[in-house]
Design a protein. Structure first.
Lengths: 71, 411
C-alpha cells in the first residue's frame, strides 16, 4: 500500500471535475459537482490514477499527503 | 478566581493590588512544569492542552497571540474578562511570551464588539513595566474570522478568513507563534500567581481549576440577557444552571451546548453533562467555549435550529464550494421543516443528506459544525422532529405551560 491519500484544498477547488474523471475509482461527485475524496490510503495499483488526478487539476487544488489512518 | 470581586477593570494599580507582576525570569521549563501540573486546556472551544501547544513551539516562538475575537454570538465570557480583568489576560500572555523568548504580544480584538475592542486597547496602553512590543488588531471576518487560522491570516496582513491547514495547527511541530483564547491566558496568570497547589484546589485531578460559562442571551435560541459565571470543573451542569434540571412545559429540559458550533442535548444526557472538556473516557468539547443556550418552554427546537443554521449560512466565508453551495440549502431545508404545514418525511431525509454532504469539506470546521448541529436536532428532539415531519409542530400543539414559566428565567 502507498501510505498516501488525497486531500482537497477547498478554497482553490472550483469543481471542474477533472479529478472525478481521472480517478473515478476513489473520487466521487457531490450534489454540486465538487469531488468527494476520503483521504484514506490509496492502493498501490491505483496510484497512477491518483497522480493523474493531481496533475490534471486546473486549480492545483488536489494534493497527495500521508494518508489518514482508517478509523 | 478570575472573576472574583473586587473588579479591577482597566486600572493597573487595582489589578496589582491583587495579582503580582509577571515574573521576568520565567523560563520555558518553568512554564512546562506549571502546565504539567495544572493541565490548562485552550478555552476557545477545541480544548487542546496548552502544554502540547507550548511544546510544539520547541521552547521558542516569535509572538504570542491573544485571541479575544469571540465571534460566537452565544459567548460573552471573553468580553466580560476584558472589561473586568483585562490585565490578568495580558499578564498570562506576558508570562508565556517571556518563557518562550517572544518579543511581542498580539491581541486580536472583536471588530463587531466596539466596547470590548476599546477596553482591550486601553488595557494594552496602560501596561507598564513589561518589556513587550504590543500590537492590537481587530477582526473583520465575521463568525469564521475568530477561528485561529483566520486570526493568523489577519495578523499576516491577509484577509481575515480561514485557510487550508495541511496539518492540524495546534499539533504542527513548527509553530512560529503561540495562539490561544483570552481566557486561557488568564488561567496561566492565575495558576502562576497562586501556585499549582492552590490553583488545583478547585476542579478535578484531571481538570484542575475553573472555567467561564455564558448562559443564554445569543438572540436566536434565547432572546433574554446573557449571564457569565465562573464555575469549577467537574460540577454537573444542572447544578450550575438549575433551570436545566426541570421539565419545561411538557417536555424534557434541553439546551444548545457549545454555541452555534455545538450540539443540542436534552433530558438524561443533559443531566449527565459535567463542566469541563474532559470526561472519564474521552475528551469531547461538549461545552466548547463554555456556551449554554437553554431552550425556553415556548420555543420550538426545529425553528431555533433553522434560525441558527440561517446565521451560519449567512456567515460562511464563501471560499469553499461544498460549504458555499451546501449551507444555504441546509439552512433552507431546516427552515422548510420548521414551518408547520411545510415539513414532510422527505424534508428530514434531505436535511440528513445535506448534512453528510457538507461535513468535513472545507478549509475550516464551519460546514462540519453546521452538519453536526443539524444532526443533533434529530437526535435530541425525536418527538418534535416527528411532529414537523408530519406537517405540525409539537410546541404549538402542546398545552400551554404554566404562566410562571413563560416569562424570563429567574437568575
Amino acid at each position: 500500500v502507498s501510505g498516501q491519500g488525497l486531500v482537497v484544498d477547498w478554497p482553490r477547488c472550483r469543481g471542474h471535475g477533472v479529478c472525478i474523471q481521472a480517478f473515478p475509482e476513489l473520487v466521487g461527485r457531490d450534489p454540486w459537482g465538487y469531488p468527494l475524496v476520503s483521504g484514506e490510503e490509496i492502493p498501490d495499483d491505483l496510484m497512477g490514477h491518483a497522480r493523474r488526478a493531481v496533475r490534471g487539476c486546473p486549480e492545483n487544488a488536489l494534493r497527495l499527503v500521508q494518508a489518514r489512518r482508517p478509523q | 478566581m478570575l472573576l472574583a470581586p473586587p473588579v479591577a477593570g482597566l486600572a493597573t494599580a487595582r489589578h496589582r493590588a491583587r495579582w503580582p507582576e509577571p515574573d521576568p525570569g520565567v523560563r520555558a521549563a518553568d512554564l512546562a512544569e506549571l502546565l504539567r501540573r495544572v493541565r490548562i486546556r485552550g478555552r476557545g472551544g477545541a480544548g487542546f492542552p496548552l502544554a502540547d501547544k507550548v511544546a510544539a513551539t520547541g521552547g521558542r516562538t516569535r509572538a504570542v497571540v491573544v485571541n479575544v475575537a469571540e465571534s460566537e454570538p452565544g459567548s460573552a465570557k471573553d468580553a466580560v474578562l476584558m472589561l473586568t480583568a483585562p490585565h490578568l489576560v495580558l499578564d498570562g500572555a506576558v508570562l508565556v511570551a517571556t518563557a518562550l523568548g517572544a518579543p511581542r504580544v498580539q491581541v486580536v480584538v472583536p471588530g463587531h464588539r466596539a466596547a470590548v475592542a476599546d477596553a482591550a486597547r486601553r488595557a494594552v496602553a496602560a501596561r507598564d513595566g513589561d518589556r513587550m512590543r504590543w500590537e492590537v488588531a481587530a477582526t473583520t471576518g465575521g463568525f469564521v474570522g475568530g477561528q485561529a487560522a483566520a486570526v493568523q491570516e489577519l495578523l499576516a496582513g491577509r484577509a481575515n478568513r480561514p485557510v487550508t491547514r495541511w496539518v492540524p495547527g495546534a499539533a504542527a511541530g513548527r509553530a512560529s507563534v503561540l495562539l490561544s483564547n483570552a481566557e486561557t491566558f488568564a488561567h496561566v496568570a492565575a495558576a502562576w500567581a497562586l501556585g499549582p497547589g492552590r490553583y488545583a484546589g478547585l476542579g478535578t485531578p484531571e481538570e484542575p481549576g475553573t472555567t467561564l460559562l455564558t448562559v443564554g442571551g445569543d438572540g436566536r435560541v434565547d432572546d433574554g440577557g446573557a449571564t457569565v459565571a465562573e464555575v469549577e470543573h467537574g460540577r454537573r451542569l444542572v447544578e450550575v444552571v438549575p433551570e436545566l434540571a426541570l421539565p419545561v412545559g411538557g417536555r424534557e429540559p434541553a439546551a444548545l451546548l457549545g454555541g452555534y458550533h455545538g450540539t443540542w442535548v436534552s433530558g438524561d444526557a443533559l443531566s449527565r453533562v459535567r463542566i469541563g472538556r474532559v470526561t472519564a473516557r474521552r475528551v469531547r468539547p461538549v461545552l466548547g467555549a463554555g456556551v449554554v443556550l437553554p431552550l425556553r418552554a415556548d420555543a420550538c427546537p426545529v425553528a431555533a435550529t433553522a434560525a441558527v443554521l440561517g446565521f451560519l449560512s449567512a456567515e460562511r466565508a464563501r471560499q469553499c464550494g461544498p460549504c458555499d453551495a451546501g449551507l444555504p440549502e441546509l439552512a433552507g431545508t431546516a427552515a422548510t421543516l420548521a414551518r408547520p404545514g411545510l415539513g414532510a418525511p422527505a424534508t428530514v431525509e434531505h436535511l440528513v443528506m445535506l448534512a453528510r454532504a457538507v461535513d468535513g469539506r472545507g478549509a475550516c470546521s464551519h460546514p462540519d459544525a453546521a452538519a453536526r448541529l443539524a444532526l443533533s436536532l434529530l437526535e435530541a428532539f425525536p418527538d418534535e422532529v416527528e411532529a414537523h415531519r408530519a406537517g405540525g409542530c409539537a410546541v404549538r400543539e402542546r398545552p400551554a405551560p404554566p404562566a410562571s414559566r413563560l416569562g424570563r428565567r429567574a437568575r
